[in-house]
Design a binder for this molecule. Structure first.
Ligand code: URP
Ligand code: ZN
Ligand code: ZN
Ligand code: ZN
Length: 519
């Protein structure tokens, strides 16, 4: 893992305001592909130098941070948040200010949120609404995905405008939320085909909405009205079936697909199978801090408020081996990214579902604690090295959504979105100290190793020795350009014979396994 960058010529640092200039010395730079001892110099929000101290002259008047014993990593990119989302008759309480403040406090320096248009609403109007909410409030940079919540010629036309003029390259489809956002297979195929034609990236919320609706009705009729009904109505196979179907639908029209919030072992296996079937092309998988850090046993808690606070979709799973299983899939590149799906509701809002679990607003916290949780359960536990941590918390999202190397890299020319990480320090997560606007934390009481000592958002020091000083509106909207090469190069390099071989090869592997099991 350890290697040094090529020597560079001495770079003089001119005296300017210390605010714009930061010099980080004595740290270990960790990127997705290698780690090495290097100093980092930042000017006007951009990384200008990465290399040995001997290659740079540091004048006075520059803010110097001593990172001895610390790791200098790309700030986290959370590819899945819902700040101030109007959902289930409530509005998520973490708005773009509180949500991004919480993100930065935890070492995340960019979020990608979702524009979710109402049925029959113009996507451009919805996009404008989200921009008007976010732009004045964001404390860190942000991008947007757009939900396809209905399907028509006008939606198709607006997708092109969003892509070509408004900085969008990814669209989320829903196989769940029947009667609200759910698309049928025929529409999904058309949407995926359109996304492929635009060289964009499809995303999917994979759960079978028809099964969920039927189960929920039956459970309520049987008198199961509490939060435990949420998981009972949408068990693992309901998620896994939809993942499998979505992967096949996307592949049929040659469209790359990013499966959001993989919450179960069965769904993870389906993603992994699809990646194997298509030789690592087309399919990318995301799981959540919630799925890695806690489990579905909370739905059985007698206290409605506690159980309801854990309700999100797809749900946490009662199988307590799920978090470690998903972490191993991240370590082995069967899954590529970690998001938070941060969508927080307070006690009163969750109580809209008292007496009917289908009315509990769906969503949990995670944007603040994602980095520490993944470090604790991934690196501190020994399942992955720090480079893989950087890949799954930052770089892979930057590559998939085509903002690499501007984001997701400690490199010359990249934005100075940086976390100086203390791998030895620990902290205990609590609603009393978190920066969210909600009064509950699903990770309450967990002690996690890995603490951000400093967080720099485009060169601005926002976290220093535990104190968080963000600037409302400092963040910028980051356009996500079409045709991410990380996604499209491999798809376009495919040949017909290769495709045939893949299927043969996988069937061969399965057949071999069956024979082995038999004997
Ligand atoms: O429960 C969840 N996940 N709430 C946010 C909406 C979504 O489906 O991602
Ligand atoms: Zn979703
Ligand atoms: Zn309880
Ligand atoms: Zn979500």
């Amino acid at each position: 893992m350890a290697s040094s960058p090529a020597p560079v010529k001495k770079v003089p640092i001119h005296l300017q305001s210390a605010q714009n200039r930061v010099y980080i010395k004595n740290g270990e730079v960790v990127n997705h592909d290698k780690s090495f001892k290097a100093d980092v110099y930042i000017e006007d929000g951009i990384i200008k130098f990465v290399g040995p101290a001997a290659d740079i002259t540091v004048p006075g008047g520059v803010r110097v941070i001593d990172a001895s014993g610390k790791l200098i990593m790309p700030g986290g990119i959370d590819p899945h948040t819902h700040m101030q989302l109007p959902f289930c008759n409530a509005v998520a309480v973490d708005d773009f200010y509180h949500g991004t403040k919480a993100a930065v406090a935890g070492g995340t320096t960019m979020i990608i949120d979702f524009v979710i248009p109402n049925k029959n609403e113009s996507m451009i109007e919805a996009y404008d609404t989200w921009r008007s909410w976010a732009d004045p409030k964001v404390c860190c940079d942000y991008g947007l995905h757009v939900g396809i919540t209905w399907w028509s010629k006008s939606v198709s036309d607006e997708m092109a405008i969003l892509c070509k003029e408004l900085g969008i390259n990814s669209f989320k489809t829903f196989m769940a939320y029947k009667g609200l956002y759910q698309l049928n297979d025929s529409d999904m195929l058309d949407v995926f085909e359109r996304i492929r034609g635009l060289n964009a990236v499809a995303m999917v919320h994979a759960e079978n909405g028809d099964i969920i609706a039927k189960n929920a009705k039956r459970l309520l009729a049987e008198g199961v009205t509490g939060p435990e009904g949420h998981e009972l109505s949408r068990q693992e196979e309901v998620e896994a079936e939809a993942v499998n179907r979505a992967c096949i639908l996307a592949h049929q029209v040659d469209c790359p697909l990013y499966v959001v919030h993989c919450m179960s072992k069965s769904a993870g296996i389906e993603i992994s199978r699809a990646r194997q079937r298509y030789s690592g092309k087309y399919i990318f998988g995301e799981t959540l801090a919630a799925a890695l850090g806690t489990d579905g046993s909370h739905y059985r808690c007698q206290h409605f408020d506690h159980a309801a606070a854990h309700v999100l979709s797809p749900p946490l799973r009662p199988d307590k081996t799920t978090p470690e299983f998903l972490m191993k899939l991240l370590a082995s590149d069967d899954l590529q990214t970690t998001g938070s799906d941060n969508c927080t509701f307070n006690k009163k809002q969750k109580e809209l579902g008292l007496g009917d679990f289908t009315k509990i607003p769906n969503g949990v916290n995670g944007v603040e604690d994602r980095m520490s949780l993944v470090w604790e359960r991934g690196v501190h536990s020994g399942l992955m090295d720090p480079c893989r941590f950087v890949a799954i918390t930052s770089t892979n999202a930057a590559k998939i959504f085509n903002i690499y190397p501007q984001k997701g890299l400690i490199g010359v020319g990249s934005d100075a979105d940086i976390v100086i990480w203390d791998p030895k320090a620990s902290r205990t997560i609590s609603k009393d100290t978190h920066h969210h606007a909600c009064g509950f934390n699903i990770f309450e009481g967990m002690t996690v190793h890995g603490v951000p000592d400093f967080v720099l958002v485009r060169g601005r020091i926002c976290v220093e020795d535990g104190s968080v000083r963000v600037a409302e509106g400092f963040g910028r909207f980051i356009s996500t350009p079409l045709r991410p090469s990380f996604v499209y190069d491999s798809i376009e390099s495919k040949t017909e014979s290769e495709e045939g071989q893949q299927v043969e090869q996988q069937n061969g592997n399965v057949a071999k396994k069956l024979v082995e099991m038999d004997s």
